[in-house]
Design a protein around this ligand. Structure first.
Ligand code: MG
Ligand code: MG
Ligand code: MG
Length: 309
């Protein structure tokens, strides 16, 4: 019986490398496990592609339907972010660092979720607990994921545990300068040249159910907002299209990693509700939210409160 280990849809570096990491750990413990992802390699986000290449990691295989399969979930536990057939799969493990989602099981399972900045941080602890050495390439992937998820320690989601894990993993991976690794990833992640607006919107995008309302939140982490100035209208057009497909709201977080804030673009049936959620005032259809870096810790909780979840 193979355990297919998968992260969330539109996989980010954490979802990709945590799938590799957990599959590696399970294999070391004598289980048959395989890392998967909900995308083909050619459609994988550019940051993760750079990370896989840099550390010589094999990309997880594409898996978009898990009906009837045995699966382990990393970096999510929301049905809506899983592959098709997830409710007809047997979920045997979950390793995560988000709010607990709506996946349920019939049997007791291994479930480890911690309020830390990255699944890679949780996995580092699991390897230690199990007394299993992390292979150098896998450590490089997990290291990259922590730097990415915590925005090089700047995100409010970052904890001391994440910093400790980076200290462990950089040694194993043989990375001296994590700042330069982060900048290389940011460069790849924020490159917009020649990418269709809809692909950019979906590059790091998640749908949420808010009291029966479908709310989509995309995020682009940028070194400067100038990077998207020329394509802003195209992005808004793509958001409107996605909004028209049965959503109450589509938000796009244009996050300036250097200024540490977000230009929040709002397409919504109830713009006032969104303004209230972030205690801001829209200038047209967007507003600058100082200090907003994290969808998970800042955007989604404030939305949930506003929607009365
Ligand atoms: Mg993720
Ligand atoms: Mg993550
Ligand atoms: Mg992320």
């Amino acid at each position: 019986m193979t355990i297919y280990v998968t992260g969330h849809s539109n996989p980010d570096t954490d979802s990709v490398t945590a799938a590799i990491g957990l599959a590696t750990l399970l294999n070391a413990q004598g289980q048959d496990a395989k890392a998967c992802m909900q995308t083909s390699l050619d459609k994988l986000n550019p940051e993760s592609t750079v990370v896989l290449e840099r550390f010589g990691l094999t990309a997880p295989e594409e898996m978009n339907d898990v009906a009837g399969k045995t699966v382990a979930l990393v970096d999510f536990s929301d049905i809506g972010q899983g592959p098709a057939g997830i409710t007809e799969a047997e979920v045997v493990s979950i390793v995560d660092h988000h709010k607990i989602g709506d996946v349920t099981t019939n049997q007791p399972i291994f479930f480890r979720a911690e309020p830390v900045g990255c699944t890679g941080t949780v996995l580092n602890k699991m390897f230690k607990d199990a007394g299993v050495a992390i292979p150098k390439d896998v450590a490089g992937g997990m290291l990259s994921a922590i730097l990415s998820d915590t925005v090089n320690f700047k995100s409010p989601t970052c904890t001391d545990d994440d910093k400790a894990a980076v200290a462990d993993l950089k040694t194993i991976a043989g990375v001296d300068d994590t700042d330069s690794l982060f900048m290389d990833m940011l460069k790849a992640k924020s490159s917009v040249a020649g990418v269709p607006a809809k692909d950019l919107l979906f590059r790091d995008y998640k749908d949420f159910d808010m009291k029966g309302n479908k709310v989509g939140v995309g995020q682009l982490e940028l070194a400067t907002l100038d990077q998207v100035a020329a394509i802003r209208d195209d992005l808004i057009g793509a958001m409107k299209e996605v909004k028209a497909d049965g959503r109450h709201t589509v938000l796009l977080m244009l996050t300036d990693v250097v200024k540490e804030g977000t230009d929040l673009v709002v397409i919504s049936d109830d713009a006032a509700l969104i303004e209230g959620a972030f205690d801001g005032k829209l200038d047209g259809i967007s507003m600058w939210v100082d200090g907003m870096m994290s969808r998970k810790k800042q955007t989604v909780p404030n939305l949930q409160k506003a929607f009365g979840c």
